[in-house]
Ligand binder design. Structure first.
Ligand SMILES: [Zn+2]
Length: 94
């Protein structure tokens, strides 16, 4: 599985930048990450309502590694249930 070499949270820009290898980077906006939260509740919301309610100014408070699997993201709207596998983040940033 592809793992990023570096994960950088830019609080001012509200982005998360993943550096996959060398100079290959992907920058994801916190709001986009929040909207794509893979937890069961958000998956259910996307299936039923078609979307997840995301505050416009949402940002990330914390990024916790989950082994080699991915990261758990804690958002400023109090939502911190989403564990994002690396392949999912790679797909979001593609
Ligand atoms: Zn969620």
């Amino acid at each position: 599985m592809k793992l990023p070499e570096e994960v950088t949270l830019n609080r001012a820009a509200r982005t998360l930048t993943l550096r996959w290898s060398g100079t290959q980077t992907a920058t994801l906006h916190c709001a986009a990450l929040r909207a794509a939260c893979p937890c069961a509740a958000c998956r259910h919301a996307r299936l039923t309502a078609g979307t997840v309610h995301v505050p416009q100014d949402v940002t990330l408070l914390d990024v916790q590694p989950v082994g080699h699997y991915g990261v758990q993201l804690a958002f400023s709207d109090g939502h911190a249930r989403g564990i994002y596998p690396w392949p999912y983040l790679a797909q979001l940033g593609a």
